[in-house]
Design a protein around this ligand. Structure first.
Ligand code: IPD
Ligand code: CA
Ligand code: CA
Ligand code: CA
Length: 264
């Protein structure tokens, strides 16, 4: 794969897509619900995905695309070069706040993550990683992550998971919430994973994410020596929905051992 050329093109396209999204703030959005009343999609999510697919197919006709809004290819495996795209991660924030959302693009070759980009559109902040060459924040290399004690950790966690819900006994993560220094919830999984990569959050966990939510983030995390697994500590399956637990090394082990093993 021509990593540098692909990264340059992906960066140009992601910034252009970002400008188009910002321009859309002046227009009336068409908002639809998907699986439930809080699962939203807009015409801009769909247009942004189509924008990337048109650019990719024109320049790289053999590359395949997996996009959240379903305009790409139907994928059953990850052979060849595959772009996994979330055109707007944090659609609810996009609609309600006009901020705190990102474009997430993970580029895989034969199932191996090669290039990851997460672009916080309104802040104009680009996180990207190239396999084996490190991760960067606005062009500045991100340092390797080191461990921190649970009592000094800030974790990204949605309040849903510590109140009665369908997926997890709230007392499990409730115990962790009591012991950490603080919790945060940003409403965009891609931004939350990028924050862990940048050392601004020490861990992030959630009960269900799809490939486009984490495809780019996993590449960033690997480049800074972070750990990514399911909440059971098992490997994440790239083409499936997973529980997700991303963390600094060391802290990941402490949390698994003291709060999660045997309980999930
Ligand atoms: C959602 C966001 C949110 C996470 C949800 C995702 P979307 O993505 O990442 O933070 O909690 O699980 O579905 O729908 O805004 O692309
Ligand atoms: Ca969505
Ligand atoms: Ca998403
Ligand atoms: Ca989305």
């Amino acid at each position: 794969m021509k990593e540098n050329e692909i990264l340059t093109n992906a960066t140009t396209w992601i910034k252009e897509a970002g400008e188009r999204i910002v321009q859309s703030f002046q227009t009336t959005l068409s908002i639809e619900t998907k699986t439930n009343a809080n699962d939203l999609v807009t015409n801009i999510d769909k247009d942004t995905e189509k924008f990337f697919i048109a650019k990719i197919k024109e320049k790289y006709p053999k590359h395949r695309v997996l996009g959240e809004e379903g305009n790409g290819d139907r994928l059953e495996e990850l052979k060849g070069i595959v772009w996994i795209i979330d055109p707007i991660d944090g659609t609810m924030n996009f609609i309600h706040q006009h901020r705190n959302f990102a474009i997430s693009i993970g580029i895989y070759e034969d199932g191996v993550g090669k290039i990851g980009l997460i672009y916080d559109v309104v802040q104009d902040e680009l996180y990207y990683a190239l396999k084996g060459k490190g991760a960067f924040f606005n062009g500045v290399p991100l340092p390797k992550l080191t461990s921190v004690n649970i009592s000094e950790a800030i974790i990204g966690l949605n309040a849903t998971w510590v109140t009665p819900n369908r997926r997890i006994d709230p007392s499990i993560l409730g115990a962790l919430v009591r012991d950490v220094r603080g919790t945060r919830s940003y409403g965009s999984a891609a931004i939350e994973i990028a924050q862990v990569a940048a050392g601004r959050l020490d861990a992030y966990m959630t009960l269900r994410l799809s490939p486009w939510d984490f495809a780019a983030g996993l590449i960033l995390i690997e480049e800074v020596g972070g750990v990514a697994s399911t909440l059971k500590g098992e490997p994440i399956q790239l083409l499936e929905q997973n529980t997700i637990f991303i963390s600094r090394p060391g802290l990941h082990e402490q949390i698994l051992k003291n709060y999660l093993y045997g309980k999930i």
